[in-house]
Design a protein around this ligand. Structure first.
Ligand SMILES: [Cu+2]
Length: 363
């Protein structure tokens, strides 16, 4: 048995042992040491087939009990509060609290997460280039944590052990200017790092470009600034690619975007055909060296790290990201007929284990 197959069988056997109903057909095959091939909905007794005949998780996640909903998470930007500083200059203030919390990542499958503000991923922080940012961080969890921002800041504000690490019950205030503009992320940088990340301490950090600083591409820059009329015509979404090691063997048993396996298979993301789509995509998947995004029946332009106003890749339908890599995808379904358009990781195993969804393109 090659190592990939061995791992796949082992992971699925463990899911069966955990009593995880979601991947029952895979688990059943693994138990008999059959090749865990994708057999689709024609397999006899394929309990995993969905209404549309696809093998996905069975049952529903209780989004209310989770306290976050993957559909709402696509667009619930956290813009904080702008207050005048002592010298009268405006500061954008965010409040973040680390909380230990059990979350449901697939129907009936609970994960003992460490969260920012009770959710995984944490709030999508959004600001404009050049603004002063102040992030008040309170650690109400059981372990030391930090917030390490991918951005430009001083060593004191780096959010690593020795610079902004916060003991349980304590607080720290990170302060820096929002730069460079782009699609970034934040995550805990306490040790062991892989544990603190995969437990759920991460989120997207979006810095909109200041049009005044980019006269050569001012119109494009304005279209990225939340709240402008130019921005309002865009359908903006944020997706954080993540995975969950449910048995602590340093491998993921469940994959997703925005945490809940197959959430967008069951409730496709509604899109209007007449408005362009801008997708902020961040990969924080632990344990696996890469993740990817593939769009069906369409192509997109890509802005690596979101730090440019012209695409760094044009007309591609698949993008690969290592951990912490991220970027902006822009596409349109203007010329398409309405219907369900799939997107997923093009690592087939990730897709089968939760990282797969649909856009519902409406007339
Ligand atoms: Cu941590």
């Amino acid at each position: 048995m090659n190592s990939w197959l061995h791992n796949a069988v082992r992971r699925r056997s463990l899911l069966a042992l955990l009593g995880a109903a979601p991947f029952a057909p895979l688990a059943a095959r693994a138990a008999t040491h059959e090749t865990p091939r994708y057999q689709g909905n024609d397999a006899p007794g394929a309990a995993g087939r969905g209404r549309r005949g696809r093998m996905i998780t069975v049952g529903e996640v209780d989004h209310k009990a989770n306290g976050f909903d993957p559909l709402r998470m696509l667009t619930d930007w956290e813009t904080g509060v702008v207050v005048p500083d002592a010298d009268g200059k405006p500061v954008r203030v965010f409040e973040i609290e680390a909380i230990d919390r059990e979350i449901e990542i697939a129907p009936g499958l609970k994960f003992p997460a460490w969260t920012y503000n009770g959710r995984v991923p944490g709030p999508t922080l959004r600001a404009t280039e050049g603004e002063r940012l102040r992030i008040r961080f309170r650690n109400s969890g059981s372990h030391p944590h930090t917030i390490h921002f991918h951005g430009i800041h001083s060593a004191r504000m780096d959010g690593i052990p020795g610079a902004g690490q916060v003991m349980p019950g304590e607080e720290f205030v990170y302060e820096f200017d929002a730069r460079p503009f782009g699609c970034h992320l934040y995550h805990c940088h306490s040790l062991p790092l892989r544990r603190h990340i995969h437990k759920g301490l991460y989120g997207a950090f979006i810095v909109d470009p200041d049009p005044a600083r980019h006269p050569e591409h001012a119109a494009v820059a304005r279209s990225r600034v939340l709240g402008t009329p130019e921005n309002a015509r865009w359908q903006e979404l944020v997706m954080v690619m993540n995975g969950f090691d449910t048995n602590f063997d340093d491998e993921n048993e469940v994959y997703a975007v925005n945490t809940v396996a197959h959430a967008y298979m069951k409730r496709p993301i509604p899109l209007r055909r007449d408005r362009p789509v801008r997708l902020y995509l961040v990969n924080v998947t632990e344990f696996d060296p890469i993740n990817s995004f593939h769009l069906h029946a369409n192509f997109f332009d890509y802005y690596d790290h979101g730090t440019t106003l012209t695409p760094t890749l044009r007309t591609v339908d698949t993008i690969m990201q290592c951990q912490a890599q991220r970027g902006i995808l822009e596409f349109s379904f203007e010329d398409h007929e309405p219907g369900l358009y799939m997107f997923h990781a093009h690592q087939t195993e990730f897709a089968e284990l939760g990282w797969m969804g649909f856009f519902r393109v409406m007339p």
